[in-house]
Design a protein around this ligand. Sequence first.
Ligand code: PLP
Length: 457
Amino acid sequence: MKTIIEPFRIKSVEPIYFTTKEERKKILEKADYNSFRIKARDILIDLLTDSGTSAMSSNQWAGIMQGDESYAGSNSFFKFEDSVRSITNMPYIIPTHQGRAAEKIIFTILGGKGKYFISNTLFDTTRANIEFSGAEGIDCLCEEGKYPSVPAPFKGNMDIEALRKVIKEKDASNIPMIIITVTNNSGGGQPVSMQNIKDVRKICDEYNIPLFIDACRFAENSYFIKLREEGYAQKSVPEIARELFSYADGCTMSAKKDAFANIGGFLAMKDLDLAIRCRNLLIITEGFTTYGGLAGRDLEAVAIGLQEVMDENYLQYRIRSIEYLTNKLIEAGVPVMQPAGGHAVYLDAKAFLPGIPVEQYPGQSLVCALYEEGGIRAVEIGSLMFGKYDDNGKLIPAQMELVRLAIPRRVYTQSHIDYVAEVILEVFKKRKELKGLTITEETPLLRHFTAKLKPLN
Ligand SMILES: *Cc1c(COP(=O)(O)O)cnc(C)c1O
C-alpha cells in the first residue's frame, strides 16, 4: 500500500475559528505585526509551534486520571522515571516544568563568564539561558546545513573540524559542555547522524568535555537515522534512541515536543555529583525532586507519551506529513529548506522575498502575509529571532532567514495541510507586493516573543 494514513482516529474535536481578510488586517495591526501577539481565537491554522500543542492519546488522558498528586515520592514520578530511563539509560532523572527550566538549572551550575558552550545549533531558549549565565554559545553547524536549497541526509550534523578549532581557540578548560540538538530545530528540523554523534563523543573524550543532547525531538531524529543511515534499517526506533543516548553524559528535554505532553520536561545525567547540584537548585526554583514543577498527572502524560512517540507507524505518518507539504511547495517552485525536516516546513524567506533586505526582516514580512492571506500563524526564525547589534547599532543578521510552519503532532488532517499549501502559493504569487518591517519596541533577550513592529512605507 502506497498511501500513508493517520495512524489514529479522532474521538474528541475542537472548533477552529474563521475570520475575514479585512478582520485579519486589523488584527495584525493591533498585534504590532508580531504573530506571538495575536490571540489564538483569531487564528485559523496555528503553526506557530509544535510545542505543547500535541493531541494527547486516550491512554494519556487515562493516565491523567491516575496522576498521584503526593508531594513526595509520587507513584507517577516512578512511572515517569522508568519511562525516561528505559530510553536514556541515565541513572539520575530530574523532572522540570519544561525544557528551558532544565536549561536554566544546568547552565546556572555550569555557565558563567568566560565559559563557552558549543553546539550544532543552539535553540533560542538554550542560547538565552547560556547568555543569561554570562557564558557564550557557539554554533558549529556543518556546511551543508547552512544552505536551505541544498539537500543532504544529515544537515543537522556538527562540523567536526570547526568544533576542534573552537576547542583549541577557547581552551577545553573553558568549555563545560558540548550540546547536540536533535533534530536541529533552528536549522530546519534537520537530523544528526549516529556517526556524527560518535565523532563528537570521541572529541569529548579526547578533551574531557561532557556531551549533552538537547533531546526534544529524539524520536524523529532516531527515525531519520533508521531511514537514512547505513546499518540502521533493521533496528527499532527504541534501539536507535538508546544507542543515541548511550554516547551522551546527559540530556535536556522538553516533553512538549516528542512526548506529546502539553507541559513538562526533564534533565537526565550520569554524574551523581552534578545531579545533586541540579536537584538542589530544582528544589529552590521548580519544586521537590519527584515533581519538579509538574502535577503528578503531567508526569503520567509524559511517561506514556515518551513510549507512544517511538511507534514507527506514528513516525512514518509524522515524517511523511511534513514531506507532503514540503514537496508540494518544491513542485510549485517555492523556496523551502530541503529535504523536509522532522517537525516543520521552513520557507526560505531570503529567496522568497529577495527584494526585502535582511535589515527589514523578510521572514517576518512573510509571517504577516501568511496570516493576512489565510489566517495561518507561523514564526520567523531569522534575524528577528537571532539578530544582534554591533557597537554602532547595526544589525548583525542571522545565518538564514527562515519562516517555520511547525506542525502540531496528531492535530491537523491532510485537508488542513492542503489548505496551508494553497495559502502559501497565493502569497508566493503576490510576493512582489510584500513590504519590509521595522522594529519599534524590543527587549534585550528573546526579543521576538514580545517585539513590536510596523510595515515600511
Ligand atoms: C522547545 C525547545 C527547547 C525548550 O523547551 P521548552 O519546553 O519550550 O522550554 C529547547 N531546545 C529545543 C531544540 C526546543 O525545540
